[in-house]
Write a protein that binds this ligand. Structure first.
Ligand code: ZN
Length: 442
C-alpha cells in the first residue's frame, strides 16, 4: 500500500485535543488547520499540518488533492441495530395513517414482526442484508459502527446475529489480507479490483434483553439471558458490550440490573436503552452500574443528568428515533452539555423507529431540534463516540498514529455539513487509508 498525501484541504478538521472525551467548551474546539494536509502510511496517519509543509515531505506518496474541500475524521456511530431481516414498511404506512403502536402491534407489526423474520433468516441471508446496510453507512461517511444483536430473543438466534457481526469484521480483515499479499507479490491492483469488499469496523454489543419473547414471562427470559446467552456470547468473545432495554413493558430496573451485573462479571462493558418513553430511573441505574454509556435519555430529568455526570457515563443521544416516530420530545442536549457530560450522537439505525444510516442527517437534527452547534455535533459523532466504544486512542480524530479513516466533503466550511440536508453529502470516504470506490464499498 503506497503512502498517501492529502493536500489542499480548505479546513483539515483534526479534532485534536486532550486524550479523553470532550466536555463543555471543548466540544466546540475542532482543531482546524486552515489549508491543511496529512501524510498517511500503512493505513495510519503519520503527520498532519499545513498543506505546504506536508507537500515538502510527499516523497513517493500518492497525492490526493482535496482542492479546497473540507477533510475530517470518519463518523463513529455508537448506537445501531445493524442486523435484522426484512423491514417495517407496513408499520410505517400504518403510522402515517395515524394508527397507534398498540393497533400496529395487534395487526402483527412492531418489534415482534422483525424478530420473526430475523429468526427465520439464515446466517447467510442476514449477512448479505447487513453488508447492504454497512455499505449505506460507508456512503454516508461512517467508518466505525457499533452494532447490537436483539432481534433473535432465543440463545441460538441471538448468537446467530453476533456471528454475522463477527463475519462482517472477518470480511474486512480478509480484504486487508488479500491486499497485503498482493503488495508482497508486487501485484497491487486498483482498489476496486480487489475482489472482496471494503467494510467499516464493527463493534459488537449483545442486546438479548431487547424485548420479552411472547412465549416467556420477563423473569423467565431474564434467567435465560443470564444463564445461557451471556455466558455463550462471552465464551466465544462475540461481544464487547452488553445492552438492555430498560422500559415499562420491557425490562424493569431490577431485571435490567440483574442482566447488567451478570454481564459485568463476564468482563463486558455496559450500555443501556434508558428513559426513552418514560423516566423510569434508567439513567440512575446506568450510573450505579458504572456503565460506559446511557442511551436515548429523552425523558431524563436533572437528577438523572447529575447522576450520569458523577459516574462519568457518556450520554448517547439518538434524535433519529424521535424524528422517525414523529415525536417532538428530543433529549435535553444543552442541559447535558452544561452539566459537563461528554455527549455522543448516534443514528439508532433500526427498522422500526430510525431507518437512517446517515450521520449528517443526525447532525442536522441535533442543530435544528437540540440546539447543538455544528462543531459540538461533529465532536459528538467522531471523537466522543470513539471514546464511548473504548477506541478513543485509535480512531475519531486526525492525529498522528491513528487509523486513517477520513472523509472529504465538497464544502469549504465544516458548518455546511449540518446546514445542507436531504442530499448525498460525502465527496469521498477513506477507510484505513483506502478510498471506498464510488460505486459503493460492497
Ligand atoms: Zn436502539
Amino acid at each position: 500500500m503506497s503512502p498517501l498525501a492529502v493536500l489542499n484541504a480548505s479546513q483539515l478538521v483534526t479534532l485534536s485535543g486532550p486524550k479523553r472525551p470532550r466536555v463543555g467548551t471543548e466540544l466546540s474546539a475542532l482543531g482546524i488547520i486552515p489549508h491543511g494536509g496529512m501524510l498517511i502510511r500503512e493505513g495510519k496517519i503519520e503527520r498532519v499540518g499545513p498543506s505546504d509543509e506536508i507537500e515538502k515531505n510527499v516523497g513517493d506518496a500518492e497525492v490526493v488533492d482535496a482542492r479546497g474541500r473540507v477533510v475530517m475524521p470518519g463518523f463513529v456511530d455508537a448506537h445501531t441495530h445493524l442486523v435484522f431481516a426484512g423491514n417495517r414498511l407496513d408499520d410505517f404506512e400504518r403510522r402515517a395513517r395515524g394508527e397507534t403502536y398498540e393497533q400496529i402491534s395487534k395487526a402483527g407489526g412492531g418489534i415482534w414482526s422483525t424478530v420473526e423474520t430475523t429468526r427465520a433468516a439464515s446466517e447467510t441471508d442476514l449477512l448479505a442484508q447487513a453488508k447492504k446496510h454497512a455499505n449505506w453507512f460507508l456512503r454516508c461517511g461512517t467508518t466505525t459502527i457499533e452494532a447490537k444483536s436483539g432481534y433473535g430473543l432465543t440463545a441460538d438466534a441471538e448468537l446467530k446475529i453476533l456471528h454475522v457481526l463477527r463475519q462482517l469484521n472477518i470480511s474486512a480483515q480478509g480484504r486487508d489480507a488479500i491486499r497485503d499479499s498482493r503488495i508482497a507479490s508486487g501485484r497491487l491492483g486498483r482498489q476496486d479490483e480487489l475482489g472482496c469488499k471494503m467494510l467499516p469496523e464493527i463493534v459488537p454489543t449483545f442486546l438479548g434483553a431487547h424485548a420479552v419473547p411472547r412465549e416467556l414471562s420477563p423473569d423467565e427470559y431474564v434467567d435465560i439471558v443470564i444463564a445461557e446467552m451471556l455466558p455463550r456470547a462471552a465464551a466465544e468473545k462475540l461481544a464487547e458490550f452488553c445492552d438492555v432495554f430498560c422500559e415499562r413493558g420491557y425490562f424493569n430496573i431490577d431485571q435490567s440490573r440483574r442482566i447488567l451485573s451478570a454481564a459485568k462479571k463476564l468482563g463486558l462493558s455496559l450500555r443501556g436503552h434508558v428513559d426513552q418513553l418514560t423516566n423510569s430511573g434508567g439513567a440512575m441505574l446506568m450510573a450505579e452500574m458504572g456503565a460506559t454509556t446511557a442511551d436515548h435519555l429523552e425523558q431524563t430529568n436533572e437528577q438523572g443528568i447529575a447522576a450520569l455526570k458523577k459516574a462519568n457515563v457518556q450520554p448517547v443521544l439518538v434524535p433519529g428515533s424521535v424524528y422517525g416516530l414523529g415525536s417532538g420530545r428530543y433529549p435535553r442536549a444543552r442541559e447535558m452539555i452544561e452539566a459537563g457530560l461528554a455527549i455522543v450522537l448516534a443514528t439508532d439505525f433500526n427498522p422500526g423507529s430510525s431507518p437512517t444510516p446517515s450521520m449528517p442527517m443526525i447532525l442536522s437534527l441535533a442543530c435544528t431540534h437540540m440546539k447543538m452547534s455544528p462543531a459540538e455535533a461533529i465532536t459528538a459523532s467522531t471523537v466522543n463516540a470513539a471514546y464511548s466504544l473504548n477506541r478513543g486512542d485509535s480512531i475519531g480524530s486526525l492525529e498522528s498514529g491513528k487509523v486513517a479513516n477520513f472523509l472529504i466533503f465538497d464544502y469549504e466550511d465544516y458548518r455546511e455539513l449540518a446546514y445542507w440536508f436531504g442530499m448525498p453529502q460525502t465527496h469521498s470516504v477513506y477507510v484505513r487509508g483506502e478510498c471506498v470506490p464510488r460505486s459503493g464499498g460492497l
